[in-house]
Design a protein around this ligand. Structure first.
Ligand code: PHE
Length: 330
């Protein structure tokens, strides 16, 4: 038995161990020989010898099993070591991906406003009439609803046409003061050179005590923002109309391609329209139950910014997933 124990110790791998097991338990093996000796014994001697051989057999089985377990862990460890991948190894980086240009523009806008302490809010893509229209001073059958063509579901739910419903949701769930942006996708049934049925906006809303927030604040924050995004551009505010802001303005920057001389992109006007804004209409505050507050809001299209910043002439190409286009923005 001692010799057997030693031979277990000497097994270097599972194959050798299995060979030993077969040999020892086989017809010509150690235990067969031991049990054969029983024939020559009688009475108590026979009983005690049989008990000892059985005990040895059990002990041997245990030893072989634990050795097997030991060898198995050792072999897995060695295999893992052998197959290990050195993740620090230098590799040709030509297959590395990149953010989609729309998403990197989005990130730049979010980072800018987050650095000014704006919170980043979120809202559902499937909206109801109240949040997308009514609460934003757009009652049913109001002609201004035609400014935004809408995808409707059968039950009256709709795909949000802008990120402005998140203004409403945020005001309904939080108390003033509010200083938020909402980035996200919006939907309108349009498809041409400068429109896709899904696109992205970033909404901004600031609300504080009455008199604490003015159009002048809105003007200065947007001017700084547009210079941050487009560099040294001129910024102009043009009177406009949105039902949820009063007064409202559309904001133009001097054309970044011709610097105001007039070209195809700015349609020879020297100006590019980049966002809509205004001070919040009192009817919006009424709809959410806010009293004695003032505020301003703005909304911008991320694809519009991306087209200008990256020189993409056809908006649709941003959503075709063509790697030849995307690889240029690595
Ligand atoms: N929601 C408007 C649009 O989609 C943009 C906007 C937002 C205008 C906030 C004014 C204030 O056209």
């Amino acid at each position: 038995m001692e010799a057997l124990e030693r031979s277990i110790q000497e097994c270097a791998n599972i194959k050798e161990l299995e060979k030993l097991r077969v040999e020892v338990f086989g017809k010509k093996g150690y235990f067969a020989a031991e049990f054969a000796k029983l024939k020559e014994l009688k009475g108590d001697q026979r009983i005690s010898f049989a008990a000892k051989v059985n005990e040895d057999k059990e002990r041997f089985t245990d030893l072989i099993n634990s050795k097997k377990e030991f060898l198995e862990t050792k072999e897995t460890k060695e295999a893992l070591k052998k197959d290990a991948v050195d993740v620090t190894l230098y590799t040709n980086a030509s297959n590395v991906g990149a953010l989609h240009p729309v998403m990197s523009t989005m990130d730049r806008v979010i980072e800018y406003f987050a650095s000014l302490n704006f919170s980043v809010e979120d809202g559902p893509l499937v909206e109801d009439d109240f949040h997308n229209f009514e609460a934003l001073n757009l009652p049913k059958f109001h002609p201004a609803r035609d400014m935004q063509d809408t995808f409707y579901f059968k039950d009256g739910a709709l795909l949000r046409t802008h990120t402005s419903p998140v203004q409403v949701r945020t005001m309904l769930s939080q108390k003033p003061p509010i200083r938020m942006i909402c980035p996200g996708s919006v939907f309108r049934p349009d498809l041409d050179l400068t429109h896709t049925p899904m696109f992205h906006q970033v909404e901004g809303l600031v609300v504080d005590k009455k008199g604490a927030v003015s159009f002048a604040n809105l003007k200065s924050i947007l001017e700084e923002f547009l210079k941050h995004m487009f560099g040294d551009v001129k910024v102009r505010f043009r009177p406009s109309f949105f039902p949820f802001t009063e007064p409202s303005a559309e904001v133009d920057i001097s054309c970044i391609f011709c610097h105001g001389d007039g070209c195809r992109v700015c349609k020879n006007t020297g100006w590019l329209e980049v966002l809509g804004c205004g001070t919040v209409d009192p009817n919006v505050f009424k709809a959410v139950g806010y009293k004695d507050v003032s505020g301003y809001a703005f909304g911008l299209g991320i694809e519009r910014f991306t087209m200008l910043l990256c020189g993409v002439p056809d908006l649709r190409s941003l959503f075709e997933g063509d790697l030849r286009l995307l690889e240029q923005f690595r």
